[in-house]
Design a protein around this ligand. Structure first.
Ligand SMILES: *Cc1c(COP(=O)(O)O)cnc(C)c1O
Length: 397
């Protein structure tokens, strides 16, 4: 049996639904239900506070981090789980700035996810030492790498279009310019092969609830290059990043290596779900996932272009520069997406006019792609989107 038919059977996919939004929230791994249930029943329920030792809750952030490390080309002991991605962005940026103190510019790009830019802005205000955030167009980032840049902070795969930066080349260029590099892997982890060690990246962060399928509110991860992990002084210096949390020392002393990037109490229940999801990831090879993702993406683009000429492809044509998502634009994109969802094909909408579809080989096959394209075709051809009800904006789009 094809490995991806096997993995598909390991997810709960609601009857009649074609799910192309796993880039935003992955579906439920069937085993996660029993795993979380068992955690509640046998660990929280029976062990109470002794679970921190008996069930290994305290070691879980590093243990789970190691499982994610494999998917992003990081050595064991360099990744730890906790908090949300926005927090991890702040933490990585504060640490990187402190490691490169003489310079004033944080360089990002205008396509970055707003939260990353907001966190940078907030940190700049807190530090109040004349730092500046620059966010040129993604294609112009390399040209802005000069001797003022302290940190290059980029999201590898654009959350809207799927455009993918060349991680290796930009990391090399940034290092040559004397800057440190932070990669946000929100749309890379579990989507494309990543080689953090091979690229010599300084920091990386990402979330687990998108391609990795940990469920809503699943914890983020942070990677720190081993050469920095013993140097950085965490700005969010919480007790669980302390060398000896249970010494209750009034002074902060950073913990060993990556452990210092922990902040407070980890989300143990949520990590039980993530561990069940990672059992599925253990079965596959990222190169095979990538090959299937390209195959399905190319099929989707070809079908939509053929059947829906009103939609414009806004993702890169060259699969080598595209992540694992495909986007189209249309002035009525929001209404079209609502019509599509009402017919059981779930993607999402990103302002101002983008219809976005995640391509996730673990549970999406070519039949799903064909069904999605033909449903979209019907909606466009019969103008089924042209209803007031489909124009009412929900809180989450
Ligand atoms: C999804 C995403 C986030 C979300 O951050 P949370 O704190 O987990 O809500 C942040 N940055 C990028 C680049 C994202 O794609």
């Amino acid at each position: 049996m094809d490995i991806f038919e096997r993995t598909r059977a390991m997810f709960h996919l609601p009857e009649g639904v074609t799910y192309l939004d796993g880039n935003s929230l992955g579906p439920l791994p069937i085993a996660a239900q029993e795993r979380v249930d068992a955690m509640l029943r046998d660990q929280w329920g029976e062990m109470l506070i002794t679970g921190w030792n008996k069930a290994g809750w305290m070691d879980q952030p590093a243990r789970v981090g190691d499982r994610i490390a494999r998917l992003i080309g990081a050595p064991s002991g360099s990744v730890v789980m906790g908090d949300t991605l926005s927090i991890k962005v702040y933490q990585a940026l504060a640490s990187a700035l402190e490691l490169n103190p003489g310079r004033k510019v944080i360089l990002s790009d205008s396509g970055n996810f707003p939260s990353d830019l907001y966190m940078a802005d907030g940190l700049i205000r807190t530090l109040d030492r004349g730092l500046e955030l620059k966010a040129p167009a993604p294609e112009e980032v390399a040209a802005h790498l000069d001797s003022d840049v302290a940190v290059l902070m980029l999201t590898q795969v654009d959350y809207r279009t799927g455009r993918m930066h060349d991680m290796e080349a930009l990391t090399r260029a940034a290092h040559a310019a004397g800057a440190l590099v932070i990669w946000d892997l929100a749309h890379s982890a579990g989507a494309v092969p990543v080689d953090l060690a091979g690229c010599d990246a300084d920091f990386a962060v990402g979330c687990s609830y998108k391609f990795l399928n940990s469920g809503p509110g699943g914890p983020a991860f942070i990677y720190v290059h081993p050469k920095h992990a013993t140097q950085v002084r965490p700005a969010l210096s919480g007790w669980l990043g302390h060398e000896q949390p249970f010494a209750f020392d009034p002074d902060y002393r950073p913990g060993a290596g990556i452990e210092r990037m922990r902040v407070g109490t980890p989300p143990v229940i949520q990590m039980a779900a993530l561990e069940a999801a990672l059992d599925i990831w253990d079965l596959v090879d990222m190169d095979a996932v990538r090959a299937r993702s390209i195959e399905l993406s190319e099929l989707f683009i070809a079908l939509v272009e053929e059947k829906c000429p009103e939609l414009t492809v806004v993702s890169p044509r060259d699969p080598a520069t595209r992540g694992s998502q495909v986007a189209f634009s249309h002035p009525e994109g929001y209404a079209i997406m609502q019509a599509l969802i009402s017919k059981g094909v779930i993607g999402d909408f990103r302002a101002p006019d983008i219809l976005r579809f995640g391509i996730t080989p673990l549970y999406t096959n070519s039949n799903d792609i064909i069904r999605a394209a033909s449903t979209l075709h019907k909606i466009m051809e019969e103008r089924l989107w042209d209803r007031d009800a489909y124009r009412v904006r929900a809180r989450v789009t």
